[in-house]
Design a protein around this ligand. Structure first.
Ligand SMILES: [Zn+2]
Length: 250
């Protein structure tokens, strides 16, 4: 299973390695050979083989069909990409991470997640939302980081940014969404309430000094924590002007 995956990926990665990745890699990121030397004594992990992008293969599609890729999904499967990365939790333990995003941002998200890994930035969980039956609340309650989950904006035929795979949520439990509606405060996930106090000190907190914030905004994303009518501290999205160019009919 795993070998099969790598065979597909090897082909997909060649153009990236030849043309896309080398320049940036030379600036800040150790080469694959350097990584191998460094990690040899500590572990057998060679990050360059663990960070990759593929199209939505049949195997992956089986996992998302009828869940995040809902039956009424209007976004073509071809517009999505599967990203595989490594990430570290608070204890520095390494985990495999998976995320599905729009093809337009796949390279950026891979670069960001790789930089976060190399900086030991803690991300607790990164599983496909399909493992929670595409239930956002359950995924957020579990502090899961994810992107694509098809849906229309309520009472419209417009696809939401997560529905387009053009928004990414990171460490969701500790960076909740909140809004006051008719005098009542909504908090998502519901167990994120202790983390609404952004002056308090707690792990996984995203603010404007945070590396995750810096990387996403450098790559052109907007942060939901900067909004004034509501706050979405976990959320990074592509601005409307850019999405209008990619999806003029949405
Ligand atoms: Zn979000």
């Amino acid at each position: 299973m795993k070998k099969y995956k790598y065979i597909i990926i090897a082909g997909a990665l060649i153009p990236v390695l030849l043309f896309g990745g080398c320049g940036t890699r030379e600036e800040a990121v150790p080469t694959a050979a350097e990584n191998a030397d460094v990690s040899e004594s500590a572990s057998a992990i060679i990050p360059s083989e663990d960070f990759y992008i593929t199209e939505i293969t049949d195997d992956i599609f089986e996992r998302i069909k009828g869940k995040s890729f809902k039956d009424d999904c209007t976004l073509p499967r071809e517009d999505l990409r599967y990203i595989h990365v490594l990430h570290k939790d608070l204890d520095g333990e390494v985990h495999e991470g998976e995320m599905i995003v729009n093809k337009h941002i796949a390279d950026d998200v891979l670069d960001i997640l790789k930089a976060l890994y190399e900086a030991d930035y803690p991300i607790e969980r990164m599983r496909l939302v399909d493992e929670y039956d595409a239930d956002d609340e359950l995924s957020m309650e579990d502090n899961n980081s994810s992107s694509f989950n098809f849906r229309f904006i309520s009472h419209t035929t417009k696809v939401s940014k997560h529905g387009l795979g053009l928004a990414v949520d990171i460490n969701t439990l500790y960076n909740p969404y909140t809004k006051v509606v008719d005098g009542e405060r909504i908090i998502e996930p519901i167990n994120g309430e202790p983390y609404l106090d952004r002056n308090a000190d707690f792990p996984y907190k995203i603010n404007e000094e945070d590396l995750c914030y810096k990387l996403f905004t450098e790559h052109g994303f907007e942060w939901g924590g900067a909004w004034t009518d509501r706050k979405d501290y976990q959320h990074f999205e592509i601005p409307n002007e850019i999405i209008a160019k990619w999806y003029p009919d949405n």
